[in-house]
Write a protein that binds this ligand. Structure first.
Ligand SMILES: Nc1ncnc2c1ncn2[C@@H]1O[C@H](COP(=O)(O)OP(=O)(O)OP(=O)(O)O)[C@@H](O)[C@H]1O
Length: 408
């Protein structure tokens, strides 16, 4: 089991991870989600002893990574698939890792087979595609047959067959009782792979719950109702009836109606009583992506905007702006989904966030929280983070493999 308690990491003035407490349990795939720059890789590096926490601690099976005897036999990780000596063949890369950890060479050939790289085992890895590099990184993680596995974006660059393979591999590893912690931005894939989720935003815990609970907690149920498109009057009639009965009805883009506030049987009865035919009446199943977007919308640092060509147009229009062109407006305010519940507010605990772990610092007062912003968020400048902790040593980056180059 991986356990983080009050984990915090500051890089100078930048707080990458703040007061993070969670557990990653064996026997299940735990997804690690969060927007770009939310601190996932930093957290994984701290778990692996590659970065030292500014505060708090993280342990694997009760020990800090550095205190684990023969750690590569107990913990395997894919952090950066490019962190490979490109002049080395795939096999020699794995062999050098194996030799460092007392792993027999026969295991190298086993894992090359597991990841499907036997054919290119003697090729230099600098010629590998993104997906082949990922497979090599996964092979390295599996080398010591570890009980605890961390994967940072393992399906990055993989083709559909590779994605399916990784999904099944993760599930198989978990079914063998291993601890599998995997980060990804591919929500559809996470929904199929993970059972449990840890979601962070701006370095802080947003949710720690099962995928099912996460979707339920972050999406509002509604019914999709469709009347025959050949008779628009039926749609209008039904809208009136449902609204009168206390329902909230909004049109969908495809002509259906989105109804909240009324149970499905009630909608059916009301339609029947009003003599309106229904072509569709279905509960809406929110996807993990929808739920994730809802939960993290207030914690996104890097949000794209529409390219409205305002600057481009200004160069061309006689009065600075072409007809129809608008100045690009930064989307600072969180997007409000009209069907969704209100987004989580800073300082207000989300139902998915458990209480502090034993030994963890208590709730952080808003005025001490570097991320706390007055409500509504994003409309006032963020308070200055606390001063950098000078005690933090320089970041330990993944060290280069320094064993002598194998003869080819
Ligand atoms: N060595 C470092 N020095 C300074 N800042 C860093 C360092 N490593 C990470 N950061 C900062 O910490 C924050 C968290 O970065 P991190 O890479 O952990 O996020 P992430 O969730 O993994 O992002 P992504 O999904 O884009 O990979 C970012 O703002 C990043 O710029």
């Amino acid at each position: 089991m991986i356990e983080a308690v009050g984990l915090t990491k500051r890089y100078g003035a930048k707080t990458a991870v703040y007061n993070l407490s969670f557990q990653v349990r064996p026997g299940t795939v735990t997804g690690f989600l969060g927007p770009n720059g939310s601190g996932k890789s930093t957290t994984m590096r701290m778990i692996l002893g590659l970065d030292r926490p500014t505060a708090g601690r993280v342990t694997i099976g009760g020990h800090a990574f550095r205190d684990l005897p023969n750690a590569p036999r107990q913990v395997g990780a894919l952090l950066d698939a490019k962190a490979v000596h490109g002049g080395r063949s795939a096999r020699n890369h794995l062999l050098s890792l194996a030799q460092l950890s007392g792993i027999p060479a026969s295991r190298v050939d086993e894992v090359l087979g597991v990841v499907g790289l036997q054919e290119v085992a003697k090729k230099r890895s600098k010629g590998f595609s993104l997906g082949m590099g990922q497979r090599l990184g996964i092979a390295a993680a599996l080398l010591g047959d570890p009980q605890v596995l961390l994967f940072d974006e393992p399906v990055n660059g993989l083709d559909p067959e590779g994605i399916l393979w990784v999904r099944n591999l993760m599930k198989m590893l978990a079914s063998e009782g291993r601890t599998v912690f995997v980060s990804s931005h591919l929500m559809s894939e996470m929904a199929l792979t993970a059972e449990h989720l840890i979601v962070i935003g701006r370095g802080q815990l947003l949710a720690d719950m099962s995928v099912r609970e996460f979707i339920a907690a972050n999406s509002a149920g509604f019914a999709r109702v469709r009347t025959p498109h050949t008779d628009p009057a039926q749609r209008e009639k039904l809208t009136g009836v449902l609204t009168e009965a206390g329902g909230h009805v909004l049109p969908e883009q495809d002509g259906a109606l989105r109804v909240t506030g009324l149970a499905l049987p009630r909608i059916a009865d009301l339609a029947h009583e009003a003599d309106v035919r229904l072509w569709e009446l279905a509960p809406h199943q929110a996807s993990l992506e929808e739920a994730y977007m809802r939960m993290t919308q207030g914690a996104v640092d890097y949000r794209s905007t529409d390219d409205q060509l305002a600057g481009f147009a200004a160069q061309q229009g006689a009065d600075g702006v072409l007809p129809g062109a608008q100045a690009a407006v930064p989307q600072e305010a969180p997007q409000q989904g009209w069907y969704a519940p209100p987004p989580p507010q800073p300082g207000v605990p989300h139902p998915g966030v458990p209480g502090p772990a034993p030994g963890a610092p208590g709730p952080v007062p808003l005025d001490q929280n570097p991320y706390a912003r007055p409500v509504p968020p994003a409309q006032a400048p963020a308070p200055t983070p606390p001063a950098a902790a000078p005690a933090t040593p320089p970041s330990l980056s993944k060290s280069d493999d320094t064993t002598p180059e194998d003869a080819r």
